[in-house]
Design a protein around this ligand. Structure first.
Ligand SMILES: [Zn+2]
Length: 415
């Protein structure tokens, strides 16, 4: 029973003209345009005969009941950042709709296991600055106190904005019951980076999402007149911080697939005629392997202490945020590779730098995998975000094969 990937591409274009403008996609969660996109999505899903409801966190669920309650979940997000691209999130959702259609046809209404499409609520966090709202509520990992206090740039509270869309913030974690029978979760997504493009490969299997260590590092020396102080008498906080710039490239290189970024640097007193007394930099390190991430952090700390000693300055570290790597399911990873190979493309495994809803589902203990499709320009969250149409079609085909394998995998474990 074939799917129709060309229909998915046509529907992506339909959604683009319905909810985008000359600056890109405008489906920011909890706005009228997002509600319009969701209404449109509902009309598409209704054709499959699936049971439809929204859970207490505003996630949209469409369910085709099967002979077993054990369910395959297919996820996506129809929300976008402001001036976003035409594929981020909605490709996943619409590929899921196409798979529901195929399954409904093939099994004449009763697949061997239950198949559910979920459109997560506010993946991007564009309005309130906190991503993965619906999926983190569902996984139970949402920080209720932090989220309760969020406001948008106009001072509107998140709790009030979600209420307008039928969500009682205090009850969002009730959505966790949706995962009760979840046996596997799959998600297709544009890569949003240049890895597959550089390898000239259309598709990739995602191994998991990077763990992240985010720190502020402050070097403290002594302010001194830039004319009267000989170089050998200085306690220059910037000199020590500056050495970190090249050190992190060596640390990342030694780690294999890790990445390190110094994203900001501020100096005090910050005037042209003074040696820097205090220099604060921020360091973000990401790796898929928890031990390698710890090693990168240890090496950065050792380097900072060495440079501080060399420059006769002090150094202090402060953790801003961290999250452990989230690894996807090995058996599903194998199925994604096989599904890609069956389309004639070469399988390739890669980690995901960005977090995705899939990471939240995996954290909740559901076996999970993602598939990436190549992004042209390696760019996303921008109206120039694009993927070749032939690659989009290939992605829908491969993703459907993955869904099929996952259904048989779940059914095999039920019997
Ligand atoms: Zn996305």
């Amino acid at each position: 029973m074939p799917i129709d990937p060309k229909r998915t591409v046509a529907e992506l274009k339909e959604l683009r003209s319905l909810t985008g403008d000359e600056n890109g996609a405008q489906r920011v969660a909890f706005t009228p345009t997002w509600a319009k996109a969701r209404k449109w999505l509902r009309s598409k899903v209704e054709g499959t005969g699936a049971e439809i409801h929204n859970d207490s966190a505003g996630n949209f669920w469409a369910t085709l009941p099967g002979r077993s309650d054990k369910a395959l979940l297919i996820g996506g997000h129809i929300d976008s950042v402001p001036n976003g691209g035409w594929l981020d999130g909605c490709l996943n959702t619409l590929a899921g709709v196409e798979i529901l259609r195929r399954i409904k046809e093939q099994y004449k209404g009763e697949p061997p296991v239950t198949v559910r499409l979920v459109d997560w609520c506010d993946e991007e966090g564009a309005r309130f600055g906190k991503s993965l709202f619906g999926s983190s509520a569902c996984s139970g990992k949402i920080d209720m106190d932090e989220t309760r206090g969020l406001k948008d740039k106009d001072g509107i509270r998140l709790v009030d904005a979600v209420k307008e869309h039928g969500i009682d913030f205090e009850k969002v974690k009730d959505s966790g019951k949706e995962l009760r029978n979840a046996a596997a979760y799959i998600e297709l997504h544009i890569e949003q980076g240049p890895v597959l493009l550089d390898l000239d490969l259309p598709l990739g299997t995602v191994l998991g999402t990077f763990g992240v260590e985010r720190h502020a590092i402050t070097f403290r020396g002594q302010a001194a007149h830039s004319g009267s102080t000989p170089m050998n008498r200085r306690r220059d906080a910037f000199l020590a911080a500056g050495k970190m710039g090249s050190a992190i490239y060596e640390i990342a290189k030694r780690s294999g697939q890790g990445v390190c970024t110094i994203g900001s640097c501020t100096t005090k007193p910050g005037i042209v005629t003074s040696v820097v007394e205090e220099c604060r930099i921020t360091l973000v390190q990401r790796h898929l392997d928890a031990n390698a991430l710890q090693q990168m952090l240890d090496e950065a700390k050792a380097a900072s202490e060495k440079f501080a000693k060399e420059g006769n300055v002090d150094v202090a570290w402060e953790r801003i945020w961290n999250i452990e790597p989230i690894l996807f399911n090995n058996e599903l990873i194998g199925m994604a590779d096989a599904a890609i190979a069956e389309t004639g493309a070469k399988p390739h495994r890669l980690p995901s730098g960005p977090l995705h809803d899939a990471a939240e589902v995996a954290r909740a203990g559901v076996p999970t995998v993602m598939m990436f499709v190549q992004s042209l320009h390696g760019i996303s969250h921008n109206k120039i975000e694009d993927t070749k149409e032939e690659h989009l079609e290939l992605a829908v085909t491969a993703f459907d094969k993955l869904a099929d394998k996952a259904i048989r995998w779940i059914a095999g474990r039920v019997d």
